[in-house]
Write a protein that binds this ligand. Structure first.
Ligand SMILES: [Zn+2]
Ligand SMILES: [Zn+2]
Length: 110
């Protein structure tokens, strides 16, 4: 386990949601889907965040589908526009949904 894995392991919310099998089937077979989904999804937000749990479910082209819970919901919405503190040709960007609670999260938490 790398140091960054340990860091995100301690700073990331530990909540998981069980995805309905019909959503897993749908989002795994959607054309141009970016990811292959498993049966469970971990919250992408920081530990002790307020509000609802949230995780990126699937990316289809430029469309991003976000799952949130405890009342399971899937919404299409934009990503957080914040960029990380290390400018350069390949800047870090926040991987959470727009308007998320808690700190921004990219390759490194910031
Ligand atoms: Zn959470
Ligand atoms: Zn953010």
């Amino acid at each position: 386990m790398s140091q960054s894995d340990q860091l995100s392991g301690t700073r990331q919310c530990a909540s998981f949601v069980a995805l309905p099998s019909e959503d897993v089937d749908h989002f795994n077979t959607v054309p141009r889907g970016a990811f292959l989904l498993g049966p469970r999804l971990r919250c992408d937000l920081a530990r002790d965040h307020g509000g609802r749990h949230s995780a990126l479910l699937q990316g289809v082209g430029y469309d991003l589908y976000w799952a949130s819970w405890p009342e399971y919901l899937v919404e299409l919405g934009p990503r957080c526009p914040v960029l990380g503190p290390h400018p350069g040709p390949d800047p870090d960007f926040c991987l959470l949904h727009e308007g998320h609670p808690g700190p921004h999260a990219g390759e490194d938490w910031f």
